[in-house]
Design a protein around this ligand. Structure first.
Ligand SMILES: Nc1ncnc2c1ncn2[C@@H]1O[C@H](COP(=O)(O)OP(=O)(O)O)[C@@H](O)[C@H]1O
Ligand SMILES: [Mg+2]
Length: 339
């Protein structure tokens, strides 16, 4: 099996917000690639910069106060960060699509599902007849597993369940045959059984349409279910990257270990779940050293003054932590910050 081609490459991406407190670097030098047909996960707690990363790719960072200040987003030999808004709209309509956490905010409550789907079809197929548009809308509803499309189309968004609304949003995102689908916490607002169905739907569409998916989530359980490869983000930086199986078997960054320990395990009924002590720092507040050091039980003196790079630790596995620096001093020579 040969490696599939890279469809989207993010290189040294920096996105900041310029506020009264100064520059807030929400995404700080992020690199990754997605290959055709691959499901790549981005995982991290709330505030780590996941949504700002996806909005940067879509050209939807609210500006002001936000701005891409560095790096490249390469899609089919184009650098998306250099495109004008009009060209970017083309990309959003035809190449890269996105679904959000709360489908209700993306659907217009005043129009029926049918109106909104047909309107979305019309944007892509201006010369189609009413009949063709209707048929395409019905077809898309079938594709995302919505029952009795004709009847359902007469409904307004509030008459559908959260899971059904998310299916409608997925149908709309797929209308343009995107090469990349960005799903930003697509199931966070849904209850667990519906969540599993929507994830299965996205994974199934990924298989059938050979479309790359960027699955953004705070939940490693979602990653385990859908992704082949995962990027762990902390405070605007990639702190670990690798195949999902490798990362679950051999998590290396203390942050990843903490995230894994906080995944509910169905086999053991724990009444209280582990959570990593402390909070994600506001971007820009930690000026020197590893951004995770303040919460890290392994932190030693060097972690407070130097920024770790991403160390290659295994094949396709990288970790941004001095514990994996081969040139690092031996553990018994370190001065630990916490005892
Ligand atoms: N509109 C905004 N104005 C100012 N700062 C913002 C804005 N949106 C996001 N940020 C900053 O970017 C950081 C990352 O946000 P986000 O990407 O939404 O995190 P998440 O990983 O939860 O999706 C936040 O902690 C916040 O400090
Ligand atoms: Mg988010």
């Amino acid at each position: 099996m040969g490696e599939k081609k890279v469809v989207l490459e993010v290189k040294g991406l920096k996105t900041s917000f310029f506020t009264d407190d100064g520059e807030v670097p929400a995404v700080d030098n992020v690199d990754f690639q997605i290959r055709q047909g691959e499901v790549l996960g981005i995982v991290g707690e709330s505030g780590c910069g996941k949504s700002v990363t996806s909005l940067s790719i879509m050209g939807l960072v609210p500006s002001p106060p936000g701005k891409i200040t560095g790096g490249e987003i390469l899609f089919q030999d184009k650098d998306l960060t250099k495109l004008k808004e009009k060209q970017m709209r083309q990309v959003r309509g035809n190449d890269v699509a996105m679904i959000f956490q709360e489908p209700m905010t993306s659907l217009n409550p005043l129009f029926t599902i049918g109106d909104q789907l047909r309107e979305a079809v019309k944007i892509h197929k201006r010369d189609w007849s009413k009949k063709q548009i209707q048929e395409r809308a019905v077809e898309m509803m079938g594709l995302v597993g919505l029952p009795r499309p004709e009847a359902l189309m007469k409904n307004y968004p509030h008459q559908l369940s959260g899971g059904m609304r998310q299916r409608v949003m997925i149908a709309m995102a797929l209308l343009c045959d995107p090469k990349v689908l960005i799903a930003d916490e697509p199931t966070t607002a849904l209850d667990v059984t519906i969540q599993a169905q929507i994830l299965k739907l996205i994974k199934g569409l990924n298989d059938r349409l050979d479309m790359a998916v960027l699955m953004i989530t705070h939940d490693l359980g979602v990653v385990a279910e859908t992704c082949e490869r995962v990027i762990v983000m902390y405070a605007g930086k990639v702190v670990e990257e690798g195949p999902v199986r490798t990362i679950f078997k051999n998590p290396q960054h203390p942050y990843t270990k903490g995230l894994l320990a906080s995944v509910p395990d169905m086999r053991f009924k724990k009444d209280r779940l582990y959570s990593i002590p402390g909070n994600v720092p506001k971007p820009g507040t930690i000026k020197t050293g590893c951004k995770f050091a303040a919460r890290c039980e392994f932190a030693f003196d060097r972690c407070l003054v130097e920024n770790p790079e991403l160390y290659q630790t295994e094949e396709a596995h990288q970790t941004r932590c001095f514990l994996y620096d081969e040139k690092e001093v031996k553990p018994d020579e370190r001065t630990f910050v916490k005892s």
